[in-house]
Structure formats: C-alpha cells, structure tokens
Design a protein around this ligand. Structure first.
Ligand SMILES: NC(=O)c1ccc[n+]([C@@H]2O[C@H](COP(=O)([O-])OP(=O)(O)OC[C@H]3O[C@@H](n4cnc5c(N)ncnc54)[C@H](O)[C@@H]3O)[C@@H](O)[C@H]2O)c1
Length: 310
C-alpha cells in the first residue's frame, strides 16, 4: 500500500514508518521538524518538509503522492505547552488536523488513521481501566483538540465519505522518544540517571499512567491498515504504573542509587490513567507484547548508546 505518515520524523511516527516499510509498504512522510529529526526518517521513505497548517502545500503533496492511507501523527504533543499556549496548540492540533483531513478527502484517500490520546481525551476518568464508551471530558487544551480531531473524522465521513480509524494511544514510550519535551518521562529520567543527575517527580509519585511500548504501537498501526473501519480503539496495556514505579524501574535498569526529588503537581494532567484495550484485541487482533521492565531496559539501552556510554 501507499501510505503517507504525517509526523513521520517524530518519535512514534518514525517507528510506525519503519514498521510499515519493513512490512513492504511504500511510505511518504510529511513533517515540519518542529520536534522531529531528519535522523529518524527512514531512508526508504520520501520526505517532505512541510507544515500541516500550510494547506495548499499539503494539497500539492497529497495530489502528487495519491496515498491509499494517511496516518496522521503530526501534532503539538506537549500538554504543558497546550495549557500555556492554547491558541498555538489549537492551530496545529485542530486546524492542522482539518487541513490533513481536507487534503486527504480531495486526494481520494481510502483510509484516514487518526492518532488520538487516551491519556488526554477522557480527562479525569470515572472508570479505570477506561473503555472507549466512557464519556470523553478532557481537562487540557491538548485533550480537547484531540477529541475535536476525532469529531472532525466523523464529519469527513458524513460529508465526504472518508473512511477512518481512530487510535487512542496510552502513554507511549521507547527508543527515539525525546528527552527535551515533557511527555517522555521515561526518556527524561533515563537520561538524567545515566548522567548521574537529579530527577524530579511532579506530585508525590502516586500519579499513574498506562505505558505502552512504541513497538506495540507500530503493530497496532499495521493492523489498522485493513481492520477496524470507523472504529475508535484504545491502544494500551490496561495497567497503571505510578511515577514512583517508573523512577524505581529505571533506577534499577540504569544502576542509579540517588533518591527522587519531589515538586508540586502540574495543572492539566490527570492523576490516574489506564485504558481497557479489549476492543483492540477483539476487532484488530492486537495485544501488547512488551512488559514495562523489558520496555524500560530498551529505553535505557537506547540512551546509553546515544550518550556514548555503551
Ligand atoms: N507520546 C505519547 O505518549 C502519545 C500518547 C498519545 C498520543 N500521542 C500522539 O502521537 C503522535 C506522535 O507523538 P510523538 O510522541 O511521537 O511526538 P513527536 O513530537 O516526537 O512527534 C510529532 C511530530 O509531528 C511533527 N509536527 C509537529 N507540528 C507539525 C506541523 N505543524 N506540521 C508538520 N509536522 C509537525 C513534529 O516535528 C514531530 O516530528 C501525536 O499525534 C501525539 O499527539 C502521543
């Protein structure tokens, strides 16, 4: 299949592009390199440095490529940026998404895979693990924008007949995740620990997240190419891991012996999260395969090599 991946120079998009290429697909990537890197771009992919908000350019690229599938990963991904700069977040995550949807509909795309966030759209969840049928009630601009993107997928289905699949990722971690941003606590801690620097936990360490490895995310994307049309799927493990557990697992893998520092909890973040992935198992035939300790070891190995400590 011919597949265009937006955000394919970023952490998740590049891992997804690699998996698509390894499975024999023909891949093009659109990315403005805001947080992504050319070093992540698979050499077998055609790369377009472009901003998804630049609709005319996007239309030209889609018209030239005529992909069967668009996998929309490009986004402003930092929750704290979304709280501090909601207009910027909305421009990339709402207007940018509509821009990609519009160009996809015009180019006759057969399937639009929209990457949403299960950690953000449900808000403070009423039920854990949270199912897709739980009412969405985001508490950050980022979550509101992702939910809006989901609604626009429905709009493009209704008015333009564009088929979609929505994947609501839990907290994704693994090799290539940037330690620069706020989202990748495993990368941030792994790097600090390997450099023997202090690590700060925001809150008392009890905040939980559902950590799913990027390898498993890539497999879900392969399955979503031809399964689950018009479905919304949590891609997650169903298991809560606390910030303290993240710190302890990484410390064990990195041989770090210092205690954590603690700072006040940050606005816009939910206190507990884990997602039910039964629907993904039943409809897509997907299940997570990498447990947290195994996954954490892959993160430490990646950063050890990146820091030249291997
Ligand atoms: N990391 C997570 O835990 C997580 C969880 C749920 C959902 N997601 C979603 O997965 C997707 C990928 O996130 P990631 O963690 O790999 O982050 P990332 O920052 O590594 O990737 C985002 C990519 O989008 C590109 N981009 C940003 N703005 C753009 C624009 N205006 N035009 C073109 N490209 C642009 C960036 O340069 C980057 O390569 C995002 O849609 C994110 O919301 C991530």
């Amino acid at each position: 299949m011919k597949i265009l991946v937006t955000g394919g120079a970023g952490f998740i998009g590049s891992n997804v592009a690699d998996a698509l290429i390894a499975a024999g697909h023909d891949v093009a990537i659109v990315d403005n390199l805001a947080t992504g890197s050319l070093a992540n771009v698979n050499s077998s992919a055609r790369f377009y440095e472009a901003d998804i908000i630049d609709h005319q350019r996007l239309e030209e690229i889609l018209d030239a490529e005529r992909p069967d599938v668009v996998s929309h990963h490009a986004a402003q991904v930092n929750i704290r940026v979304s709280v501090a700069r909601p207009l910027f977040d909305t421009s990339v995550n709402v207007l940018g998404t509509v821009s990609v949807l519009e160009a996809s509909a015009l180019a006759g795309v057969k399937r639009f895979i929209f990457v949403s966030s299960g950690g953000a759209v449900y808000g403070e969840p009423l039920v854990i693990p949270t199912t897709e049928d739980t009412p969405a009630s985001p508490i950050s601009a980022y979550g509101a924008a992702k939910l809006s993107g989901e609604h626009y997928c429905n709009v493009y289905r209704a008015v333009r007949g564009l088929p979609f699949v929505i994947l609501r990722y839990a907290n994704v971690y693994g090799p290539r995740q940037s330690p620069e941003g706020e989202a990748g606590v495993t990368s941030i801690f792994a790097r600090l620990m390997l450099q023997r620097k202090p690590c700060t936990i925001f809150g008392d360490g009890s905040k939980t997240r559902d950590y799913v490895h990027v390898h498993d995310i890539a497999q879900a994307n392969l399955l979503a190419l031809d399964k689950g049309e018009f479905g919304v799927f949590n891609i997650a493990t169903g298991r809560q891991v606390s910030d303290q557990q993240v710190f302890d697992s990484l410390a064990a893998a990195a041989g770090y012996t210092e205690p954590a520092n603690y700072a006040p909890f940050r606005a816009g973040e939910v206190s507990r999260s884990a997602l039910d992935c039964t629907r993904a198992r039943e409809v897509l035939g997907w299940a997570p395969t990498i447990n947290f300790d195994e996954g954490v070891a892959s993160v430490v190995d990646y950063h050890r090599a990146d820091l030249g400590l291997a």
